[in-house]
Ligand binder design. Structure first.
Ligand code: NAP
Length: 244
């Protein structure tokens, strides 16, 4: 059955693949973006070319007013959000001793506060409908930690605690709340690591390669589906067998 799905940061990378996957599953998909309107429109074009329904919606997910406006637009254009994917994320890596307050707070705001803002905005309608799916994209960095990513790992670990807590709050309302923790996935985020760093981590991955955005999207698609109706408060690690 087609539902209304909102993917934050759906313009490119993992979010784009999630948008395409949910569109192909028959859902009406709102593709949120922050700065790259063209990429979001391209995702919507690809989604509609495959027979789906999509809508590009701007908004900085770390900004409360922008989130309110984004939810109002999606509700008017597509209907109340039934599947929320908190995917938008940034990195601002540095060793802690060199990490600026700006690098700390921007990553916490975009990667963690955004989930508070968007989930709260989505929950009211879900509680009313007695059905909902919240899926947050965390990271193996939030489970194992990663040198140079104290801000990012703190935000991603925070998302895990957030997921488990909200799952307990809304389970009785027919709403499931889960997280997916990717390892290394080939996107612009990991392109920024540089060729040498990317090659250095390959021996640590059992499958010997980075994942594709589609391989994360299929797990998000499972959690959004009726097949996952008894799964909540969980973190599904999708890392190709990564041993730090
Ligand atoms: P990406 O290619 O850099 O794409 C990031 C997406 O987030 C873009 O759509 C971007 O929108 C959006 N975004 C950034 N800041 C935003 C804001 N303030 N408001 C709204 N949207 C915003 O990243 P990715 O690799 O696909 O990562 C997606 C998620 O997976 C992130 O949460 C990331 O932490 C997580 N993750 C990634 C990996 C990996 O290896 N790639 C591993 C583990 C976890 P614009 O296009 O408008 O800038």
């Amino acid at each position: 059955m087609g539902r209304v799905a909102l993917i934050t940061g759906g313009s490119r990378g993992i979010g784009r693949a999630i948008a395409l996957h949910l569109g192909a599953s028959g859902h009406r998909v709102a593709v949120n973006y922050h700065t790259r309107a063209e990429a979001a429109e391209e995702t919507v074009t690809a989604l509609t070319a495959a027979g789906g329904t999509g809508l590009a919606v701007p908004g900085d997910v770390g900004d409360g007013d922008a989130v309110t406006e984004m939810f109002a637009t999606v509700t008017t254009e597509l209907g109340p959000v039934e599947i929320l994917v908190n995917n938008a994320g940034i990195t601002a890596d540095d060793l802690l001793l060199r990490m600026t307050p700006e690098a700390w707070s921007s990553v916490i705001q975009t990667n963690l506060t955004s989930a508070y803002l968007c989930t709260k905005a989505a929950l009211r309608g879900m509680v009313k409908a007695k059905w909902g799916r919240i899926i947050s994209v965390t990271s193996v960095s939030g489970i194992s930690g990663n040198a140079g990513q104290a801000n990012y790992a703190a935000a991603k670990a925070g998302l895990i605690g957030f997921t488990k807590s909200v799952a307990k709050e809304v389970g009785s309302r027919g709403i499931t709340v889960n997280a997916v923790a990717p390892g290394f996935v080939a996107t612009e985020m990991t392109d920024a690591l540089g060729e040498e760093a990317r090659r250095a981590v390959l021996p640590l991955i059992s499958l010997g390669r980075f994942g594709t955005p589609a391989e994360i999207a299929s797990v998000v698609g499972y959690l959004a589906s009726d097949q996952a109706s008894y799964v909540t408060g969980q973190v599904l690690v999708v890392d190709g067998g990564l041993g730090f």
